[in-house]
Design a protein around this ligand. Structure first.
Ligand code: HOZ
Length: 431
């Protein structure tokens, strides 16, 4: 597809913005080619500055579960905007939003609104440290929890894609307070707690990983995190920025019937606006200023436009939506599996609900050590093949694709046809 306008914009962008993008994975470095500049979006479609139309499987990296420009959400945003963009003072909207989150997430007895997933995880960990009066945190290799210093250690997402799991600019003293373990390894978790349990403030985990591609927890892994934390006085944190309201209205914790001490939410809860949440047990959350000594604040926290978009989105998360997502997800999974088989390419499909990844790895992928074995060159050829055929797949092997309620069966079938042709290209690559 011709991309003259995108190419011209990218050239201009690179003069003013590092790499030409405001978030690294968007630069297409992991897959080659020029990033597509977007003009507008509607339903399951993205429309580029070049006048091309794409079936979108990114959904703004998760938030757009209802599809783009959903009319009720847009109406709520318009209506809120007419009453002013930001007050820096509390509103009834924030109270209603907090009550709705508590209804969906009973583990979150109290919560705070912030403006991004990074702020949510960073703040949750500060509170956990303040509450336990301990310094060390545990995270899992390949999980990504935003870009706070202490979380850019063996991280997934863009860092995994660019082969820099430990970011520059993070002081060694800070990185040392983060202990890392392989995802899905409950023996390693038990051994770490055995040795250092009294020093650990919190364990943070993506309950279903999206940031090394879609990787499900194995039996008993999440339960082991909750048990070890409880036994050693540490705080369990489910980072549900991606899985929250995606795997069910009550997130992965509702899907698996688990109750972490703390939770972070983002993406869907803001309906596409900059809004995220952290919360948990009331005794822990009462450590936050002005009630307690842990400080966290924000001029745009609980912004009325963002909260309005969030409330309008949350109101539409019904059982029918999740049934539809499951059925579309299973259709895509089956079609991709058949396409892989027909192509003879060594690849596997992993899916939980409406999160899905085609790994160029014979599979299964249970951890970062597995994911790291993917053939990145094959993924690049697959991605370009999909884009060429009008399917906007995530431009990195280590990012989950997302399905929305606005996708139709025909969209899924078109994506499967594009995948067949793209896998055919991969099968012809010289090894
Ligand atoms: N790191 C984000 C996905 N896991 C990408 C965000 C973006 O580029 O918008």
């Amino acid at each position: 597809m011709a991309q003259e306008r995108s190419s011209a914009l990218f050239e201009r962008a690179q003069r003013s913005i590092p790499g030409g993008v405001n978030s690294p994975v968007r630069a297409f470095r992991a897959v080659g080619g020029t990033p597509v500049f977007i003009d507008r979006a509607e339903g399951a479609r993205l429309f580029s500055a070049d006048g091309k139309e794409y079936i979108d499987f990114i959904g703004s990296w998760g938030p757009m579960i209802l599809g783009h420009a959903q009319p009720d959400v847009i109406a709520a945003v318009r209506e809120a905007a007419l009453r002013g963009l930001s007050y820096g003072a509390p509103t009834e909207l924030e109270v209603r939003f907090a009550e709705k989150i508590r209804e969906l997430y009973p583990s979150m007895e109290m919560l705070r609104c912030v403006s991004s997933g990074t702020e949510a995880t960073m703040s949750a960990l500060r509170v956990a440290r303040g509450f336990t009066k301990r310094d060390f945190i545990v995270k899992f290799e390949g999980c990504y929890h935003g870009h706070a210093d202490h979380l850019l250690v063996k991280a997934g997402s863009g860092l995994a894609s660019f082969g820099t799991p430990d970011s520059g600019g993070v002081p060694e003293a800070i990185a040392k307070t983060t202990l890392t373990l392989p995802f899905n390894d409950k023996e390693a978790l038990a051994a770490l707690f055995e040795r250092r349990g009294s020093e650990i403030a919190a364990v943070i985990v993506e309950p279903v990983v999206g940031n090394m591609g879609c990787v499900a927890p194995q039996d008993g892994f999440l339960e082991a995190i909750l048990e070890q934390c409880k036994a050693h006085g540490a705080i369990s944190i489910f980072d549900e920025v991606m899985t929250g309201c995606r795997l069910s209205a009550g997130g992965a914790q509702q899907r698996f019937g688990l109750k972490p001490d703390m939770t972070t939410l983002g993406k869907i809860v803001g309906g596409g606006m900059p809004l995220a949440v952290y919360g948990g047990r009331a005794d822990i959350m009462q450590c936050i200023a002005p009630l307690g000594p842990v400080y966290q604040a924000g001029t745009l926290s609980g912004n009325p436009i963002a909260v309005s978009a969030g409330l309008a989105t949350l109101a539409r998360l019904d059982a029918a939506l999740y049934e539809r997502l499951e059925s579309l997800g299973s259709r895509l999974e089956q079609g991709l599996n058949e396409a892989v088989k027909a192509s003879g390419v060594s690849a596997c499909v992993q899916r939980v609900g409406s999160m899905i990844t085609l790994f160029f790895h014979k599979g299964p992928v249970h951890s970062w050590a597995d994911a790291d074995g993917c053939n990145r060159k094959q993924f690049g050829v697959f991605f370009q093949g999909m884009l060429e055929r009008g399917v906007y797949w995530p431009p990195a092997q280590f990012e989950a694709a997302f399905i929305s309620g606005a996708h139709t069966e025909a969209d899924i079938d078109n994506a499967i046809e594009a995948a067949k042709a793209s896998l055919e290209l991969v099968s012809k690559m010289k090894t």
